[in-house]
Structures are given as structure tokens and as C-alpha cells.
Write a protein that binds this ligand. Structure first.
Ligand SMILES: [Zn+2]
Length: 374
């Protein structure tokens, strides 16, 4: 059960947390009504939404405003594998809007990925590890590249060391690695897996691949796209049964046409078809999600059988910890990056740096009420 909490904020930071009302100085923000205050969400894997595209210079700022309504206070704009000049242009333009969710670094999904597991991406931009290219990427980036999705079979232990020495968290994805290759990568310091189950060798009891390695190693952080399409509920529950809440990282992996009307949209060299509940290539293959992080939290309660507090943790503390950001919880001294949610875990108010940046309006409240508690 979630406890009511009262939080005092000054100068953008939390200064007190209490189960009972705190005597607040006059003029301070007070938020009342049923609901729960939590640390705001962090989306570590997002390519875009509502037509905004991380790969298009200028789009990260409006995207940062758009994400506030999901309770997201920070994100890692996620660039895809692309020709070096396109990649550099996207990296150098990954700046948020000062009134939006924070850009907490960049997630580079590639380019050291396996052409055997391209997912929806055209594999021509995938390549072998290239130190000079990595240096160019770092030099171009407007914000640190905090996270990189890599194929285990593309990297030697020495190369893994080199990348980690540069402060980047490595995450296995778009990889055809065997169980042994995946375990060797974990032993070399890779501690995360990108969109578990997707774009990797499927689980076979004699050839368990990355999925088998992930299920066997509960200490590895696992991204999960909880939209009910990318991973069926049973394997999502099996994954959850192998690790603590702190090792399950909810992500949206949403793509630019997410939240757009049904139709065809070009993205990342492909034509994506949006229908009412999915985004696919014309072949029928899934091509990123339309998921929001707050919906993922609600599903973690409904589908994984976790408590609301645990589900909130999967979208706030777990993603922070998985990329080396402060996972210290809602406590005095933490940045006042908060979300207020109603009892059904729909965001009502998003606070970044102590300032209210988004507030649910009547129209949204009525839509939620009309659809029942999602
Ligand atoms: Zn992605």
C-alpha cells in the first residue's frame, strides 16, 4: 500500500519528507487530494513521440515538454544507428527545453550491433567496434552518452573496458550472442540488457542465448517494454520472478509516430504503419512502441502483480540506478523532481526542479474517469 507523504521543497531540492503534514512557509506550493507523491519517472529508451524525432535536430526540446504528462522528469534521448554525419547531427542537437523534462544524458542504440538481430532497423549502419567513431560520437554529443546498446559478439573484453572507462553503461541488445558470449560480456562489466526478449536470440533450453543469461543472472538490469505486444505477459512475469524490483527497468521505446493518427510514417529508413494499438513495418514486424511510461507502471501492477510502490520504483529508481544516476529515493537533498499521481496511478502533476511543469487538465481527468481506472 502506498503511504501519503508530505514533502517540503526549497531551491529546487527536497528539504523534508514526512508522513504527517509539515508546517510549510507561506507562499509555498501545497498539493492536496487523494493520491501519491513519488520521485518522477526516467525513460532511458525513447526515440520520439507525437511526431517529434530524436534524430531530427530541434525535436528533443518539444519532446521534453511532451513527456511531462507521463510523469517523466528526465530521459535519455535515444539515437539510432545512422551514417556518421546524421548521428553526429542528432547527438549535437540533443538539448531539452528548460521548461521540460531533463535530458539526463543520451542513449546510443548502436552502432556496434549485430546484423543478425536488426529488429526494425536497416543493418547497413551497424558496424564493428570503431574507437575513432566512438570518439567522434562523444565529441559531438550535447549531453554525455550515458548508455550504449551493444552486441556482445561485436566487442572484446578490452573494448568493453575502454568504453566503460569513458563512463558509459553498456547494455546488450540487437545481439545474436550465445549464452556463453552473453555471460562473458556480463563478467567483463556489461550490467544491463536492452528491451529484454526483443532483438535477441530466443530462449531455447539447449541454446538459451542472452535471454537465458539474463534469467540466470538476477543482478543484471533488464529493460522491459510492458505494452503487451513486445513481450507477452507470461515471459514478463518470468523475467520479473528472477530479479528484484530494482533490476527491472521500465522503458517506453516509443518512436516518433507514437500517439499519431493511424497511417503511414517514414522513420529510420523504414515506413512505419500506425494502427490503433501498434506500430509495425509493412511486413507486420513490430517497429517500436506507442507506450507511455505511466501506462507501463500501471501494467506492472496489473500484469506483474507488483505493488504500486514497486511499480513506481521500476520507472524511477531502477532506471536511474541502471545508468549510474542517483537512485537514492525521495529524501532530503534529492532534486525536487516529482510526480503526483491519483490513486489509479495516473499522473496529475509533474514537478521538475521544484517547479510545477505540468498539471492534468479537466479534459484529461474526465477522459480517465470515462474509461474507468486503466
Ligand atoms: Zn529503441
Amino acid at each position: 500500500m502506498l503511504r501519503r507523504r508530505h514533502v517540503l521543497v526549497a531551491n529546487g531540492r527536497v528539504t523534508a519528507v514526512s508522513a504527517t503534514p509539515i508546517q510549510a512557509p507561506s507562499g509555498s506550493l501545497t498539493v492536496d487530494g487523494p493520491g501519491v507523491l513519488a520521485r518522477g519517472f526516467v525513460d532511458t529508451h525513447i526515440h520520439g513521440r507525437s511526431g517529434f524525432d530524436v534524430m531530427r535536430p530541434g525535436d528533443v526540446a518539444p519532446l521534453s515538454l511532451e513527456l511531462l504528462s507521463q510523469g517523466v522528469i528526465g530521459f535519455l534521448p535515444t539515437v539510432v544507428s545512422a551514417p556518421p554525419n546524421e548521428l553526429a547531427a542528432a547527438l549535437s542537437a540533443a538539448n531539452g527545453d528548460p521548461r521540460g523534462a531533463r535530458v539526463l544524458g543520451i542513449h546510443a542504440e548502436g552502432p556496434f550491433l549485430s546484423p543478425d538481430q536488426p529488429g526494425m532497423f536497416p543493418p547497413d549502419a551497424f558496424r564493428d567496434y570503431d574507437r575513432a567513431l566512438w570518439r567522434d560520437m562523444q565529441a559531438a554529443a550535447a549531453s554525455p552518452i550515458r548508455l550504449m546498446t551493444v552486441a556482445a559478439e561485436r566487442l572484446t573484453p578490452t573494448q568493453i573496458d575502454e568504453l566503460r572507462a569513458d563512463g558509459v553503461t553498456l547494455s546488450l541488445g540487437h545481439t545474436n550472442a550465445t549464452l556463453d558470449q552473453a555471460l562473458a560480456a556480463f563478467d567483463s562489466g556489461v550490467n544491463r540488457v536492452t528491451h529484454a526478449f526483443n532483438a535477441m536470440r530466443g530462449f531455447h533450453h539447449r541454446a538459451p542465448g542472452v535471454v537465458g543469461a539474463l534469467l540466470d543472472r538476477g543482478e543484471i538490469d533488464a529493460e522491459l517494454i510492458l505494452d503487451g505486444l513486445h513481450v507477452a505477459r507470461a515471459p514478463a512475469r518470468i523475467l520479473a520472478a528472477t530479479r528484484t524490483t530494482g533490476r527491472i527497468v521500465l522503458v517506453s521505446d516509443s518512436v516518433p509516430p507514437a500517439a499519431c493518427p493511424p497511417g503511414d510514417y517514414p522513420w529510420a529508413g523504414r515506413r512505419l504503419r500506425v494502427d490503433n494499438d501498434s506500430i509495425r513495418l509493412p511486413t507486420g514486424r513490430l517497429a517500436g512502441s506507442a507506450l507511455t511510461l505511466d501506462a507501463a507502471v500501471r501494467r506492472a501492477v496489473d500484469w506483474l502483480g507488483r505493488s504500486p510502490a514497486a511499480a513506481l520504483h521500476m520507472a524511477s529508481e531502477a532506471p536511474r540506478a541502471s545508468v549510474g544516476l542517483d537512485p537514492g529515493g525521495l529524501r532530503p537533498g534529492a532534486a525536487a523532481d516529482l510526480v503526483l499521481l491519483d490513486p489509479h496511478l495516473h499522473p496529475r502533476l509533474t514537478i521538475v526542479g521544484g517547479a510545477v511543469r505540468w498539471r492534468q487538465n479537466n479534459e484529461q481527468r474526465c477522459a480517465n474517469a470515462a474509461s474507468g481506472a486503466d
